[in-house]
Design a protein around this ligand. Structure first.
Ligand SMILES: [Zn+2]
Length: 218
C-alpha cells in the first residue's frame, strides 16, 4: 500500500526539511506544490504568479495528478504546501479516490512563536552563490559575509513584521483544514518542532512509524 501523508507547519517549523527527510526514510516522493509550480508552470502562469496572481486550485490538482504518476511516487508521497483551503481538500479527496489511494496520516508541526521568529529572522542568504546561513544555527565563518566573499542579505519577507503576518495567515488557513481532517478517522500527528532538527526528525519518524503499525492492525 502506498504511504500518503500531508504535512502542515508554519514558516520556520522546518516543514521542508522534515518532509524531505521523511520522504527519504520511506522512499517516497516529497511533493512540494511550490516546487511543482516552479518546474511545471507555463510561461503564462509564471507571468501571472510574478504579479501575485495565484494558480487556480483545479490547475494545481491537475499538476498533482500528472506528478503522482511518476515512478518516484510508487511507494507513496508526502504533500507539502497542499491542500491550502477547503476546496483543495475536496479536490484532493476526489483525486485520491479516483486513483484508489488513501491518506495515511496528517502531520502537523507546531512551534512557539518566539522560536519561529528567531529561526526566520536569523536567516541570511548570499545574493551571489545563493548559499543559505543562519546567524545562530549555521553562522558564516566571517561575520556578515558568505564564503564566496559576498555580503549576506536577509530576504524581504523574513523581517519580524512580515513573519508575524505570515504566521497569522498560516493559522487562519490551516486550522479549518486540521478540523476537517480530525473529524475523519485519520491520524493527526502533532509534533512540536523546537530544538535540534535531528531530535525533531526522530520524534516525527517514531510517531509516524507507530501510526503506520497501528493502522495495519486495526
Ligand atoms: Zn556566496
Amino acid at each position: 500500500m502506498k504511504k500518503i501523508f500531508i504535512i502542515f507547519g508554519p514558516p520556520g517549523s522546518g516543514k521542508g526539511t522534515h518532509s524531505a527527510r521523511l520522504a527519504c526514510s520511506y522512499n517516497i516522493a516529497h511533493l512540494s506544490t511550490g516546487e511543482m509550480l516552479r518546474q511545471k508552470a507555463s510561461d503564462e502562469e509564471r507571468a501571472l504568479m510574478k504579479k501575485g496572481i495565484l494558480v487556480s486550485d483545479n490547475r494545481l490538482v491537475e499538476l498533482l495528478r500528472v506528478r503522482i504518476q511518476n515512478s518516484d511516487c510508487d511507494n507513496g508521497f508526502i504533500l507539502d504546501g497542499f491542500p491550502r483551503n477547503l476546496l483543495q481538500v475536496e479536490l484532493l479527496d476526489n483525486l485520491l479516490k479516483e486513483q484508489s489511494l488513501s491518506l495515511e496520516a496528517v502531520i502537523a508541526l507546531e512551534a512557539p512563536e518566539d522560536v519561529l521568529l528567531s529561526r526566520l529572522s536569523g536567516r541570511r542568504f548570499c545574493p551571489n552563490c545563493s548559499n543559505n546561513y543562519h546567524l545562530t544555527y549555521d553562522p558564516p565563518e566571517q561575520d556578515g559575509f558568505c564564503s564566496c566573499g559576498f555580503e549576506l542579505r536577509q530576504r524581504a519577507d523574513d523581517n519580524s513584521e512580515t513573519i508575524r503576518a505570515r504566521l497569522r495567515v498560516f493559522k487562519e488557513e490551516t486550522i479549518p483544514l486540521l478540523d476537517v481532517y480530525s473529524l475523519r478517522s485519520l491520524p493527526i500527528i502533532h509534533v512540536v518542532s523546537a530544538g535540534e532538527i535531528n531530535d525533531v526528525q526522530k520524534i516525527i519518524y517514531e510517531r509516524v512509524q507507530s501510526t503506520l503499525l497501528l493502522s495495519r492492525f486495526v
